[in-house]
Design a protein around this ligand. Structure first.
Ligand SMILES: NC(=O)C1=CN([C@@H]2O[C@H](COP(=O)(O)OP(=O)(O)OC[C@H]3O[C@@H](n4cnc5c(N)ncnc54)[C@H](OP(=O)(O)O)[C@@H]3O)[C@@H](O)[C@H]2O)C=CC1
Ligand SMILES: Nc1nc(=O)c2c([nH]1)NC[C@@H]1CN(c3ccc(C(=O)N[C@@H](CCC(=O)O)C(=O)O)cc3)C=[N+]21
Length: 278
């Protein structure tokens, strides 16, 4: 039976560090903008988590619906020194998401989705990596799960999860051997079964079943899906946990850590803008 890799303790550790930083800011606070257009269920759940956490940390979070002129919206955020972070909620329906992301100032791109920050992730330098990808690394690190020389299979190739996570796993010194799968991948079950560490970020409940998991594998479930009004991941949790050596739950798993990493980036951005001026 697998060990449950709860995200709770990992996120608590990150929030402690954030609180220490914030206590040095006096009355000053970073402000975060969540930019959205017709958010789906999982995006709404994330926004709710961020708003709740913002209240706990006494950090203002502002939800802005995309107007008919999205570039003007983003320029306004870029030029406002009171705003430390801009997050474009994915998927951004009816608006060209890639173009909008490119126009965020790299300093305020706390999700590391623009070309500057993503480029940094490819080179292997410290910059804002997408929080979900970073959260997966934080969890493995916290629970001392080795990656060096391991076969890692990632299901999903989005810019917020699969692709950047592949880069973080490949980084020299981390040294995973990575396979990234997507909707056109052939024999995906075989690729999943080959993994020592299997990460699923597809967005389909029950996608990863027991027969896809190697005995003793570590399973990281990034998926956030809704089934009968409840939040579930991509894995058939009760079945998979019999085969895996360790598994993240949903909820209380990667999602909690993602939110914590996002606030960590926001606080870093605030410090950079204070130090460097804008
Ligand atoms: N826990 C957390 O912190 C976070 C959770 N999420 C959740 O993770 C999931 C994925 O999110 P995100 O990456 O944004 O989603 P996207 O929809 O952007 O990407 C989904 C990926 O899954 C692939 N995929 C879809 N269907 C299949 C299939 N049948 N077989 C193989 N691959 C498939 C897609 O392939 P293709 O590219 O070919 O279309 C795509 O690469 C969602 O449930 C989301 O809510 C997301 C971010 C953070
Ligand atoms: N630009 C962008 N970046 C994202 O990272 C992103 C996104 N868009 N769009 C939607 C998906 C989904 N997602 C979630 C993350 C955490 C929880 C979360 O906090 N879940 C809690 C439970 C929350 C609850 O109980 O409501 C948990 O996992 O324990 C939910 C959903 C991020 N995503």
């Amino acid at each position: 039976m697998a060990t449950i890799l709860s995200g709770r303790q990992v996120s608590r550790k990150i929030y402690q560090e954030i609180s220490e930083q914030i206590s040095r800011f006096g009355q000053k606070r970073p402000r975060l903008v969540l930019y959205c257009s017709h958010p789906d269920n999982s995006t709404q759940a994330y926004m709710k988590s961020i708003l709740k956490q913002g209240e706990k940390l006494n950090i203002p979070v502002q939800v802005v619906e995309a107007s008919s002129q999205p570039f003007k919206d983003i320029m306004r955020f870029n030029n406002d020194p009171g705003i430390s972070g801009v997050m474009v909620m994915h998927p951004l329906k009816e608006v060209d998401e890639d173009m909008v992301i490119k126009s965020i100032s790299p300093l305020k791109d706390v999700e590391g989705r623009g070309p500057m920050n993503l480029g940094g992730v490819v080179i292997g330098e410290t910059s804002y990596a997408p929080p979900t990808a970073e959260a997966v690394m934080e969890i493995l690190n916290y629970y001392n799960i080795p990656i060096k020389g391991k076969d890692v299979t990632i299901l999903g190739r989005s810019t917020t999860v699969g692709k950047p996570l592949a880069m973080l796993m490949l980084k020299k010194g981390v040294d995973g051997t990575v396979t990234v799968c997507h909707s056109r991948t052939k024999n995906i079950d075989e690729k999943a079964r080959a993994a020592d560490i299997l990460v699923s970020a597809v967005g389909k409940a029950g996608f990863v079943r027991k027969s896809w998991v190697k005995d003793g594998a570590v399973v990281i479930d990034v998926g956030i899906n809704f089934s009968d009004g409840k939040i579930v991941g991509d894995t058939d949790f009760d079945e998979v946990r019999e085969k895996a050596s360790a598994i993240t739950p949903v909820p209380q798993g990667v999602g909690l850590v993602t939110t914590a990493v996002l606030f960590k980036h926001l606080v870093e951005s605030f410090k950079r803008i204070l130090d460097g001026g804008l």
